[in-house]
Design a protein around this ligand. Structure first.
Ligand code: GDP
Length: 313
C-alpha cells in the first residue's frame, strides 16, 4: 500500500478540494533514473570527477520524514492525464516532492556538461534557442553544491565563483541540448552594499525577457526558517507568472535547533503556506541534499519533463 489516508474513489481530473492527503514517505519509490531512461546510460565524465557515493539509501530512508500533501497541492504537469486509481497516482509522484511524473519525463541523464559563457546582460546570453533552467538563491544556500551534484562534477560550478563572474549569468550546456544557468546569489548580508546583488535590477530583466527560460529553480535553505528576501523573490515570480520550482536544500540537516528551530519538512510546509496567496496553483517543490544526493535524480526527471513538453509546444 503506497497511499495512506486516501479514500477509495476515482480522482477528478483536477482536484477541487483537498479531501484526502498523501503521505510522501509512503509514496512510491521512484525507479532508478537508469530504468526510466530510453537512451543508453553512458557518461563522458571521468570517474575521478565523480563525487563520493551517496549514503546507503536504507539509512536515508530511516530518516525520511512524513509530509502530508493535500491532493490539490500536487503539481500536475501540463498535458498529463491523472490516473483514476489512487495507487497509480501515488506511484507517479516524485519522491520528496509534490511533482507528478508525466509521459515527457525521459532523457534525464546528464552525460556531458560544459561551461559556455558568462554574460552581464540578457541580450548577451547564448542565442542558439536551446531550453534552459535558471538556478537562483540566497548566497550560501548551496547552489554551487547542487549544480555540481546535478552534473556529477565536483568543480564545474566553481567557474561561476571566479572573480568577475559571481555577478554574471553563467551558462552551462548539458548534453549539447539544454542549459543550466547559474544566476548571482542574492542577499549576502556581510558584503559591502555595492557588492550586494540588486536582484531586482539584475535578474528581473532576465526572467521577463529570456524566451528560452523553461523554469526558474529557486533554492531555499530548508534547515532554517523562511527568510523575508526568499519570500519576496518567490512571490515576485508568482505574481509575474514566471514558471518556478522550489528546490529546498540542505534537507539532511535534521538536528532540531534550540529556540524553536524547526526540522526541514516543517520549514518546507511553512514556506509554502507563506507564499500560497501569490500562486493560482501550487508550484512544484522538491527536497534535496547535496550531501546525500537526495532529490538529484528527481530534479533531473522534473527538468526533463518540463523541457520535453516545452520543446513540443
Ligand atoms: P552557494 O553560495 O549557494 O553556491 O553555496 P555553496 O554550494 O557554496 O554551499 C554553501 C555551504 O553550504 C558550504 O559550506 C556547503 O558545504 C554547505 N552545503 C551546501 N549544500 C549542502 C547540503 O545539501 N547539506 C549540507 N549539510 N550542507 C550543504
Amino acid at each position: 500500500m503506497v497511499l495512506t489516508h486516501l479514500q477509495r474513489f476515482p480522482f477528478p481530473a483536477f482536484f477541487p478540494k483537498p479531501q484526502s492527503l498523501f503521505t510522501y514517505r509512503s509514496l512510491f519509490s521512484t525507479p532508478p533514473l537508469s530504468k526510466l531512461l530510453t537512451r543508453p546510460h553512458y557518461s563522458t565524465l571521468l570517474a575521478a570527477e565523480r563525487p563520493p557515493a551517496a549514503e546507503p539509501p536504507a539509512a536515508a530512508e530511516l530518516l525520511e520524514p512524513r509530509i502530508e500533501i493535500p491532493l490539490d497541492r500536487l503539481f500536475v504537469p501540463p498535458d498529463t492525464e491523472v490516473p483514476c486509481d489512487s495507487s497509480d497516482l501515488s506511484a507517479r509522484v516524485l519522491k520528496g516532492s509534490n511533482i507528478v511524473l508525466s509521459r515527457y519525463a525521459r532523457d534525464a541523464q546528464v552525460a556531458e556538461a560544459e561551461f559556455v559563457k558568462s554574460s552581464v546582460r540578457t541580450e548577451d546570453c547564448p542565442s542558439d534557442g536551446l531550453p534552459e533552467f535558471a538556478l537562483v538563491g540566497r548566497s550560501n544556500v548551496g547552489k554551487s553544491s547542487l549544480l555540481n551534484s546535478l552534473v556529477r562534477r565536483r568543480k564545474l560550478a566553481l567557474t561561476s565563483k571566479k572573480p568577475g563572474k559571481t555577478q554574471c549569468i553563467n551558462h552551462f550546456r548539458i548534453n549539447d541540448s539544454w542549459y543550466l544557468v547559474d544566476l548571482p546569489g542574492y542577499g549576502y548580508a556581510v558584503a559591502p552594499q555595492e557588492l550586494r546583488t540588486d536582484w531586482g535590477k539584475f535578474t528581473k530583466g532576465y526572467f521577463l525577457n529570456r524566451s528560452t527560460l523553461v523554469s526558474v529553480f529557486l533554492l531555499i535553505d530548508a534547515s532554517i526558517p523562511a527568510k523575508k528576501i526568499d519570500l519576496e523573490y518567490a512571490s515576485w515570480l508568482g505574481e509575474n507568472q514566471i514558471p518556478m520550482t522550489l528546490v529546498f536544500t540542505k534537507c539532511d540537516k535534521r538536528k532540531k535547533k534550540k529556540n524553536g528551530g524547526k526540522r526541514p519538512e516543517e520549514n518546507v510546509s511553512d514556506f509554502q503556506e507563506l507564499i500560497r496567496g501569490f500562486f493560482q496553483t501550487a508550484p512544484p517543490w522538491i527536497m534535496t541534499s547535496s550531501v546525500t544526493n537526495q532529490g538529484r535524480d528527481e530534479i533531473l526527471l522534473h527538468m526533463a519533463q518540463l523541457r520535453n513538453y516545452w520543446l513540443k509546444h
